[in-house]
Design a protein around this ligand. Structure first.
Ligand code: CUA
Length: 316
């Protein structure tokens, strides 16, 4: 699927379209104000060099009228922009709730947890850093944070929304065309704030449902001796304390759910690719890749790190 440039000026959903409309309105109005003011300043400088001050009060009358007009125009423009901002705010909040998909979004230092809600608890799916949504359908995101304030921002789809610990708030999102949209944390949250990115994969309905079904499955069993060794390492080292792999005894809740980590394009909040050498780099020394992240280094031999990486990238 195509990746689009992360930009507020390339809206791909109704809310982003409203926001970009407001952006352009403000851009053109303020540009016009700038050009007019600058032209008047130049005209005043040109005249000031020649005109002599006069004691004649009648000569000042056009000037007084011009100043009054300028003040009135400024007030009209500012109230006009205020009105446009309020209208955009209303439009952004108003999106139909029919057939909405609900996702609980939790911010962590420094990654994103996405839980797909379902009436039946066993049908709920938890993933990380890669949000799949169906094209053309509204998606409800219920956002909160586990530690500090983060901010959820996918410029092509919506404005920013803070994730505040202890408070859950909801936003709507809708993508009108299938693509991969990049998002990122937009509130400084610690050392790895800049490496707290994620991807939104907007795909046709059928494909989305297939993806969701696949995510509901338990983890794939190891298919080779190396993978089996990798799984055993996963279950007997510190990995198991923080991560979940459904279908195994691993049920840690500190780090991302890794049940289907192999299906995700990137790891470590879109910092590294999900391929054996990158995964090995991450396991060996996360503090080198993302200093200050919560994951400690895993002291294993090269062969063991390789087996562990092979197991993880094959969790599809
Ligand atoms: Cu999370 Cu900045």
């Amino acid at each position: 699927m195509t990746s689009v440039l992360q930009s507020v000026l390339d809206p791909a959903g109704p809310q982003a379209a409203h926001i970009s409309w407001l952006w352009w309105l403000m851009f053109w109005v303020t540009t016009a104000v700038f050009v007019i003011v600058f032209a008047l300043v130049l005209a005043a400088m040109w005249r000031g060099g020649r005109a002599r001050p006069s004691a004649d009060e009648a000569a000042d009358r056009p000037l007084a009228a011009a100043v009054s007009f300028g003040v009135a125009l400024t007030v009209v423009i500012l109230f006009g922009l205020l009105g446009a901002t309020m209208w955009t705010h209303r439009a952004v909040l108003a999106l139909g709730a029919e057939s909405a998909v609900t996702v609980n979004v939790t911010g962590h230092q420094f990654w994103w947890e996405f839980e797909y809600d379902a009436a039946v608890p066993s049908q709920r799916v938890t993933t990380a850093n890669e949000l799949h949504i169906p094209v053309g359908r509204p998606v409800v995101l219920k956002v909160t944070s586990r530690d500090v304030i983060h901010s959820f921002w996918v410029p092509n789809l919506h404005g920013k929304r803070d994730l505040v610990p202890g408070i859950t708030s909801a936003i709507w999102l809708q993508a009108d065309r299938p693509a991969v949209y990049r998002g990122q944390c937009a509130e400084f949250c610690g050392r790895q704030h800049a490496h707290m990115a994620f991807e939104v994969v907007a795909e046709p309905d059928a494909r989305f449902e297939r993806w969701l079904d696949a995510q509901r499955q338990l983890a794939r069993a190891p298919q080779s001796a190396a993978e089996t060794h990798g799984r055993d390492l996963f279950l007997t080292t510190q990995c198991v304390l923080c991560h979940t792999v459904r279908g195994t005894p691993a049920a840690g809740k500190v780090g991302p759910d890794l049940t289907h980590v192999g299906t995700r394009g990137k790891i470590a909040s879109a910092t590294l690719q999900t391929r054996p050498d990158d995964v090995a780099k991450w396991i060996r020394d996360p503090q080198h890749v993302k200093p200050g992240s919560q994951m400690p280094p895993t002291p294993l031999s090269d062969a063991d790190v390789q087996a562990l990486s092979d197991y993880l990238v094959n969790l599809k």
